[in-house]
Design a protein around this ligand. Structure first.
Ligand code: NAP
Ligand code: MG
Length: 406
């Protein structure tokens, strides 16, 4: 069989620990035998980030902007323990944070559903995609401990001489209290809205959005207003033509509706809501290892990855020579997502078909009873039909099924 040819390279961002091991297995077993794989390789492993003073992360993000499509392996975000472990020059920032800041993107996370792994909410028969605004709010907040009586104020001085001032709290008790100031930018909210509406059109799904605008009449209400304005002026007609809808309600109302729903829509979340709800959804759908993630920028760049981390505990077991059973599904889907998008942009139908088959082979492998330990523990399949495989054998079994389809 001739290998599938590519035109434009994918931006390949390698990573750390167990996922770096899986990365190589996936390339060797599932990609290189079938595709004449073209990538521009960036090593985002912590050692090389440190060697380049994290320049490699910036270069990778810029390459993502240049070529449009990237696939990323999970990476370590260093903390104090990692600084010692890797003898780092500095506690480098989160690579995902750096890439998000350069692409100004929105993160979409969707569960991969397979028969036998039943969501904790059994009415969810279709995936729910979370779109998380990855900028501002409490993540860029400024806080103070004011542990004595006194007055906390919110002050704005406009460059043109305007002045706004509000008392946040007049603390009268001896032990005072705490205050917090946070912001968002109208531009970032508008980008967020466009990314959401574009993704809804691209995936033909309804989009739901919620804030607490009844309580937060200026802050949250601005999110509501900008979304409505962007929808009315730029997307309404295209949504109607595609037969999809934009639905806005309050955050507490939406939570209730999500639980009662059957899934199959995109839930746009403010930054904090998205942080919390994506972990809730990943667990409720069965496993963190079955959650894909794609960063979409408003000017149409895509970065695909797994939602989970580097699976450190499994990596240490692997280094000790112990057998691991780490789930590679989300990382495989990061590759298939990126290859499909590359195929779409370059008009290569074969590459899109390959991506579809790779996903089908992966799901089919699990549904026929061959899976990693995390899934074997939670599947509703009859015990005799379940075969728990190690990390590499799982990927090799997918390869057999894929080869049979090609
Ligand atoms: P993690 O790597 O997601 O793993 C947490 C636990 O979840 C694992 O110990 C494992 O549970 C289970 N798990 C996650 N993915 C799995 C998979 N593919 N197959 C089987 N089990 C899986 O999170 P972490 O241990 O908190 O973080 C490790 C490193 O990842 C950190 O340095 C962090 O900075 C980084 N991180 C990176 C990203 C990213 O690059 N996007 C995201 C999050 C975290 P058991 O141990 O019970 O088997
Ligand atoms: Mg979180």
């Amino acid at each position: 069989m001739d290998k599938i040819q590519m035109k434009t390279p994918l931006v390949e961002m390698d990573g750390d620990e167990m996922t770096r091991i899986l990365w190589q297995y996936i390339k060797d077993e599932l990609l290189l035998p079938f595709i004449d794989l073209k990538t521009e390789y960036y090593d985002l492993g912590l050692k090389y980030r440190d060697e380049t003073n994290d320049q490699v992360t910036v270069d990778a993000a810029n390459a993502n902007k240049k070529y449009g499509v990237a696939v990323k392996c999970a990476t370590i975000t260093p903390n104090a323990a990692r600084v010692t472990e890797y003898n780092l020059k500095e506690m480098w920032k989160s690579p995902n944070g750096t890439i998000r800041a350069i692409l100004d993107g929105t993160v979409f996370r969707a569960p991969i559903m397979v028969k036998g792994i039943v969501p904790y909410i059994p009415t969810w028969t279709k995936p729910i995609t979370i779109a998380r605004h990855a900028y501002g709010d409490v993540y860029k907040g400024v806080e103070m401990k004011c542990f004595e009586p006194g007055t906390a104020k919110l002050v704005f001085d406009g460059v043109n001489g305007s002045h706004q001032e509000e008392v946040i709290m007049n603390f009268t008790e001896a032990e005072g209290g705490v205050v917090q100031g946070m912001h968002n930018r109208c531009n970032s909210i508008r980008s967020f809205a466009r990314s959401c509406f574009n993704y809804a059109l691209a995936t033909k799904q309804d989009i739901w959005f919620a804030t607490k605008d009844t309580i937060s009449k200026k802050y949250d209400h601005t999110f509501k207003d900008i979304f409505q304005d962007v929808y009315d002026t730029e997307y309404k007609e295209r949504f109607e033509a595609a037969g999809i809808t934009y639905f806005y309600t309050l955050i507490d109302d939406i939570v209730a509706r999500v639980v009662r729903s059957e899934g199959g829509f995109i839930w746009a979340c403010k930054n904090y809501d998205g942080d919390v709800m994506s972990d809730m959804l990943a667990t409720a759908f069965g496993s963190l290892a079955m959650m894909t993630s794609v960063l979409v920028s408003p000017d149409g760049n895509f970065e695909y990855e797994a939602a989970h981390g580097t699976v450190q505990r499994h990596y240490y077991a692997h280094l000790e020579g112990k057998e691991t059973s780490t789930n590679s599904v989300a990382t495989i889907f990061a590759w298939s997502g990126a290859l499909r998008k590359r195929g779409e942009l370059d008009g290569i139908q074969e590459l899109q078909d390959f991506a579809d088959k790779l996903e089908k082979a992966t799901i089919g492998t699990i549904e026929s009873g061959y899976m990693t330990k995390d899934l074997a523990l939670i599947t509703k399949m009859e015990k005799e039909k379940v075969h728990q495989l190690n990390s590499l054998d799982f990927i090799k079994t997918i390869r057999e099924n894929l080869a049979a389809m090609l």
